[in-house]
Design a binder for this molecule. Structure first.
Ligand code: NAD
Length: 425
């Protein structure tokens, strides 16, 4: 991420928060150190071996919570930073969970489905003693999905000899997943955006939006915002983007992408007369991902990769609001430029926390063995997101700091308070 490693960025955030909160060196040291790192080698029946790990960063506010990634370059420094950021994110939205992260160093694209299942079960065999509904609750992350959570749940329950669906979230609905989890990340961000534009006296129909990334976070954000009347003028995926200043219908673009593989391939199919999408987008233009970030719009929503807004392009951004649905889409240098240019950044730890919030709801429903309707999930999600935003906005105004700094300082304050109350510091 940017010019610095993610863990260095985290350490910097802790140091900045420490100054504002006047924290002692002992407390700072505790905040910088993960509680536990579990690392093992796992072997599957085909003889292949992989490194498996789990970082348990901080559990002062509740059980560790965070995803498991299957990635060839999964690196422990990055995972440590992501685990720390999970503790921060849970504290930002004030849910009673701590921070963890884990993974397996492997390339799932080179594994058969049977091998993926074996890797998933092997991860649980090594980690089962350290995880549990009241201990540490993993979830999907990069290249892991509800099916993999299903394999992991099965292995865990087999070892424990009882039903414990709360050990893992992001499960398929049939295995105790929560209604509303699919769109939760985007929905949480949209609740905040709607609240913010109302506060500044703007209306959705007067605002244009560009969304980078058209996966779980990006597609749902575009679709929900479109349904509220915002004009979606640019969208993209890894192959590039499209732009139409009149606004486009994300559902049609999604259907085209599904059929033809990418957003631009769908546009080409339309131009070739292969599909005739019933949409408001008459003549979109092809744009690159780099162009999308600099397009004339009111709201920019990076929803794909980290480190896409940097010192190189930040000055060219025309949007006045950035909603960070991706994790870490801005480098610290870009953040400083946006602050100078009065561009409001709704930070990732708040903007995309709807995902972990509904994961928390999944855990709660699993423990109660009683399930909520989608509308019950939405009501609770909205309350948590808006309460968090209100606290952060008030804190940022009181201290005259950005929303990101306010979110971090408030989160660090909550974590430190929990550690104090436990007598750990
Ligand atoms: P996803 O895999 O569903 O979608 C990613 C999208 O990004 C795809 O459309 C892909 O084509 C696109 N993409 C990949 N490379 C790109 C590139 N170079 N330029 C532009 N687009 C590119 O992933 P997701 O779950 O939507 O996650 C996206 C981001 O949101 C990540 O940073 C993730 O950490 C963050 N996030 C997601 C959730 C969640 O619940 N899904 C929760 C919190 C944070």
């Amino acid at each position: 991420m940017g010019t610095k490693a993610p863990f260095e960025n985290y350490l910097e955030i802790v140091s900045e928060s420490a100054k504002i909160l006047d924290l002692s060196d002992t407390v700072i040291e505790k905040l910088k150190t993960p509680n536990k790192i579990h690392e093992y080698e796992i072997k599957i029946s085909t003889g292949k071996t992989f490194n498996a790990y789990r970082v348990q960063f901080n559990n002062a506010r509740g059980p560790y919570k965070g995803g498991i990634r299957f990635h060839p370059e999964a690196d422990i420094e990055e995972v440590k930073a992501l685990a720390a950021l999970m503790a921060i994110k849970c504290a930002v939205v004030n849910i009673p969970l701590g921070g963890g992260k884990g993974g397996v160093q492997c390339n799932p694209k080179e594994l058969t489905q049977d091998e993926i299942q074996e890797v998933s079960r092997a991860w649980i065999q090594k980690m089962e003693a350290f995880i549990g509904p009241r201990q540490d609750i993993p979830a999907p992350d990069v290249y892991t999905n509800p099916q993999i959570m299903g394999y992991m749940l099965d292995e865990y329950e087999k070892i424990k000899g009882k039903s414990l669906p709360g050990v893992i979230t992001g499960k398929p609905l049939e295995l105790g997943g929560s209604a509303g989890r699919g769109a939760a990340t985007a929905q949480g961000g949209v609740y905040i955006l709607l609240d913010y534009i109302e506060k500044i006296g703007k209306k959705p129909e007067d605002l244009t939006v560009a969304v980078q990334g058209f996966g779980n976070a990006g597609y749902h954000a575009a679709q929900i915002l479109h349904s509220h009347g915002f004009k979606i003028i640019a969208v993209s995926d890894s192959k590039g983007g499209i732009y139409d200043k009149k606004g486009m219908n994300p559902e049609n673009i999604f259907a085209g992408k599904k059929q033809f593989g990418s957003i631009q391939a769908a546009l080409q199919a339309k131009l070739d007369g292969k599909i005739c999408a019933e949409s408001t987008c008459c003549n979109p233009e092809v744009i690159t991902n780099a162009e999308l970030l600099e397009i004339e719009c009111d709201i920019l929503i990076p929803s794909a990769l980290d480190g896409v807004l940097t010192v190189e392009n930040a000055e060219n951004v025309k949007a006045s609001i950035i909603l960070e649905l991706a994790n870490g889409p801005l480098t610290p240098e870009a953040d400083t430029i946006f602050e100078k240019n009065n561009i409001v950044v709704i930070p990732d730890v708040l903007a995309n926390a709807g995902g972990v919030t509904v994961s928390y709801f999944e855990l709660v429903q699993n423990i109660q063995n009683f399930y909520w309707t989608e509308s019950e999930v939405q009501v609770r999600l909205k309350k948590i997101m808006l309460d968090a935003f209100s606290d952060i906005l008030a804190f940022s105004e009181e201290k005259n700091i950005t929303l990101r700094k306010a979110a971090f300082v408030l989160a660090v304050q909550r974590i430190v308070r929990a550690m104090e109350l436990r007598g750990q510091i």
